[in-house]
Design a protein around this ligand. Structure first.
Ligand code: FAD
Ligand code: SF4
Length: 401
């Protein structure tokens, strides 16, 4: 289990890249923020898109890597425990019930950390990410809700070392956390806590606009959206109304290029390297899904246990046929007429995969799609960039050439 080995600040530093400069990972860059700091010195080793090293970093962070003889490890990564939970008193305006924000606020209140890396939005644009190091619970609370865009969370890392901070919590998605794990010993910290969320299909700010405009009836009033377990996208609008659009009715042909190339090449949906992961897709509707990967993760969860209602994870249904059928449909950019999409959504919701099986459905669909994307667009990267566990997942399906 990692506790951070503090290093005197004698590591090599390089000059951060200008915002307009091309990133070393080129079109695969997820704008994780590392290259906005002098830690760009470590980019060749640290960047999730230049050097996939999930198994090694799992061993460093959790004491072991995934057991490839166990299919549940392929899907969910190293974990001590999985459960579903919701806040007894949800946080108003959070993405789900606000478990992430609550843990981060408790970490500060109880003096476990001096700062929390999280992402607020700019004053002008609710979806434009603005990473910060929060030092008060109020600043953490102001970072609640997803900014569904690529966010340079690691761009604040220089400030950590400069501030002399020794105990830090970082909230982030998989690509950010992979780069963080590679440089964590260079930050001058005594203790690092990592609280992750799953992440998939992210977009840059222009891509988000196109997605909202092609999919929602009122793009300018959307405050929050999620791809839900009922196979619909739920858009929440400023007036509190919820608009539901079936996945199968998405204008796939127009949306094919919307997702960032980094996200089309990502195989770390479940944030393998965080100590604790809080998502929703392995849980029944309305609940959040929690994976405790190691003792540090358990320590964070213990802080909020009395504020949560919990229940065990469940799994129902069989995803395999639905995944196999979705592969050529996505590949050919098929869009169903809305009435058919709605009907298909209703049928699949009734008989389709639930709980962990839904999470497997989502992982399978995205990994097969991403494998094809990489094979066609970056074939030279296929062998080293796709982790062994992801190859095993993809091998379960028949893919087009
Ligand atoms: P809140 O208390 O609202 O806190 C949200 C936290 O997320 C904040 O602390 C903020 O700092 C951080 N954050 C916001 N935007 C970003 C960003 N762009 N990058 C990094 N950190 C950010 N879960 C699934 O189970 N399946 C999915 O497919 C899935 N896709 C996601 C895609 C994206 C782009 C993101 C950011 C999250 C995704 N999640 C997914 C996680 C899920 O949507 C919730 O964020 C999670 O369950 C926590 O909910 P909460 O109410 O506890 O969070
Ligand atoms: Fe740099 Fe991060 Fe982009 Fe890789 S993904 S090139 S580390 S900013």
């Amino acid at each position: 289990m990692t506790s951070v080995t503090p290093q005197p600040a004698k590591h090599k530093k390089a000059r951060a890249l200008k915002p307009s400069s091309r990133r070393p990972a080129k079109e695969l860059c997820s704008e994780c923020g590392l290259c906005d700091t002098y830690y760009i010195h470590y980019v060749k080793e640290a960047c999730a898109f230049l050097n996939q090293q999930i198994a090694d970093l799992e061993t460093k962070a959790h004491g072991r890597s995934r057991n490839l003889d166990h299919p549940d490890d392929w899907y969910f990564g190293v974990n001590q425990k999985m459960l579903t939970a919701k806040k007894i008193k949800p946080i108003e305006g959070a993405q789900w019930t606000g478990i992430v924000s609550t843990i981060a606020m408790e970490m500060l209140k109880q003096g476990k950390v001096e700062g929390v890396v999280c992402v607020q939005n700019t004053e002008e644009d609710r979806f434009q990410p603005m990473p910060i190091i929060a030092r008060t619970p109020e600043e953490v609370l102001a970072a609640r809700v997803n900014k569904p865009t690529l966010s340079p969370n690691l761009s604040v890392l220089e400030q950590v070392e400069q501030s002399g901070m020794k105990r830090l919590l970082v909230i982030g998605v998989g690509c950010q956390i992979q780069a963080l794990r590679s440089v964590q010993n260079e930050l001058g910290l005594e203790k690092l806590y990592v609280l992750g969320t799953p992440c998939v299909d992210n977009v840059n700010r222009e891509g988000l606009q196109k997605f909202l405009e092609t999919t929602s009836r009122s793009p300018e009033t959307v405050v929050h959206y999620e791809f839900m377990q009922d196979f619909r996208i739920h858009f929440k609008h400023e007036d509190g109304s919820i608009e539901k659009v079936p996945f199968f009715g998405l204008k796939t042909n127009q949306l094919k290029d919307v997702f960032a190339s980094s996200c089309m090449s990502c195989f770390d949906y479940v944030n393998s390297l965080a100590d604790l992961v809080v998502g929703y897709m392995g849980a029944p509707f309305g609940w959040q899904w929690i994976l405790v990967r190691n003792d540090i993760g358990q320590e964070m969860l213990d802080l909020v246990q009395d504020q949560l209602e919990t229940q065990p994870v469940m799994s129902k249904g069989d995803r395999k046929q639905a995944v196999q059928q979705s592969i050529p449909a996505y590949d050919k950019g098929v869009t169903l007429p809305m009435w058919a999409a709605k009907m298909m959504g209703v049928v699949i919701e009734k008989i389709g995969p639930k709980g962990l099986e839904y999470a497997r459905f989502s992982i399978d669909s995205h990994f097969t799609r991403n494998y094809l994307y990489l094979k066609r667009n970056h074939p030279q990267k296929l062998e080293a960039h796709v982790p062994e566990y992801a190859k095993r997942i993809v091998e379960q399906y028949k893919l087009p050439d």
